[in-house]
Each structure stands twice: as structure tokens, then as C-alpha cells.
Design a protein around this ligand. Sequence first.
Ligand SMILES: *[C@@H]1O[C@H](CO)[C@@H](O)[C@H](O)[C@H]1NC(C)=O
Ligand SMILES: [Cu+2]
Length: 248
Amino acid sequence: MKASLIFTVGIAAVANAHAIAQRVKVAGVDKGQMVGVRAPSDNNPILNVQDANMACNQNRQNTPVDATVIAVAAGQEISVWWQHVFGGPQYSGDADNPIAKSHKGPLIYYLAKVDNAAYASPTGLQWFKVAQDGLDTNDGTWGVDRMIQNNGWHSFTLPSCVAPGQYLLRTELIALHSAGTSGQAQFYLSCVQINVTGSGSKTGSTMSFPGAYQASDPGILISIYDAQGNPTNGKKPYAVPGGNVMTC
Ligand SMILES: *[C@@H]1O[C@H](CO)[C@@H](O)[C@H](O)[C@H]1NC(C)=O
Ligand SMILES: [Cu+2]
């Protein structure tokens, strides 16, 4: 009785220890809180890979749409800031900021070409993967661990060959702590409105959201715990969902 009560309380605490991507830097320059970002209205994850909001989330926080389109040169570094709630920690000393340490998993970045990034609907777009940070099989650490270590910031380099133009950038974190049960991987995501410059000419092979992920994908239905209960996937390779990163 007592043990099951503790178990229940523990699960409840974990269930609330979510996060929101809400701020962007380009080449180290901070663009400001919620500038050019389409974030969800709360920090709850999507659980159903077929959810209609799998492209850019619910986006109620950003109504009306913030019309800023962030300039990025292909080849520059983009950094995204994750925090437990809007603005930062939920309360002083929040141990679950930027996200609960239990929430191991990858961070993934996709682009979709649009005519007008400020106003484009996220429905029906074609996305290609530009970067990912999954499991380091040397030490069993995840993209989420690197994000936490960097106070909620996580960075990637926009491939130098990406064709110029306006895009929505889909920035995603998948929490796998309960993913051994189908439908329990947690998808956190926001979109960023960007305008890519440069002389590139490439995009990657495209996919739809929803559609790109299946509940049974090896990177989505997975127990990440080894025999000792460590969340390291036994330091075996982890297949990040959504296929390969584009190549230049
Ligand atoms: C995107 O960048 C190009 C090249 O600098 C510029 O001409 C265009 O006005 C920009 N568009 C937006 C929406 O910022
Ligand atoms: Cu959570």
C-alpha cells in the first residue's frame, strides 16, 4: 500500500516535469523571448504520433502570430532554448528546469519550405531533417542531457547547402522514459519562422507531420533501460526517428 502510494506520487511528479522551446539564438545572437517562435500554450507533450498538431504544436500562445521571420545564413549555428514553463523555471530552485532529468531522448530539427514563414499554415507541409542529437554510445548520454547541461540551450549547425528562402523550423525533443509502452513516448515541439540566405541549392528527402512517425518505430517504442535500470539503452545505437539527416 505504502509502496504503491509512493510510486503513484512519483509518476505524477514526472508527468508534470515537461518543457517548452521558446527562444532562439542565431550565431550566438539572442533574438528574444518568443520572437519568431510558434510555441504551444502549455508544456504538455503530444503522445499520439498521428496528432494533427505534430507539425508545429497547438500554437495558441502565439496568437496572433508573431510576424518576425528570423534571418539565418546557411552554415550558421542555431540555438533553441528549452525551459520547464514559459520564461524559465516554474518556481525558485525548480529541479525540473529545463526539463526533468528522467526525460532522456533525442533532439531533432526539420525544415519545411514555405512562401511566407510568418503566416504559413503548418498543415500539409513537406519536412526534411537538418540535424539531430540522439544517444552517445560512448557514455550513454542523450541530446536531452546535453541540453540540460547547457541550461536549456541546444544548438545545431544549419547545413551550408540549404537552399535560400523562407522555412518553418520544427524543433523537437522526444522524452523516452516511458516509451517501453506504446503511445507513451512524449513529443515536445515548437516551430521557428526563418529566412535562410546563402548560395545553397539543396533540401533533403521530405516527409509529412503527422505521418513521418509510427508508434511502432524502433526509436519511439523502446525501453531505454539496461539490466541495472540505467537509461542508457545499454549504450547500443539508438535509431532517431524521421530517417537520415540531409547531406550536402
Ligand atoms: C529573406 O532574405 C532575403 C535576402 O536577404 C531578403 O531579400 C528578403 O526580404 C528576406 N525575407 C524576409 C521575409 O525576411
Ligand atoms: Cu514530462
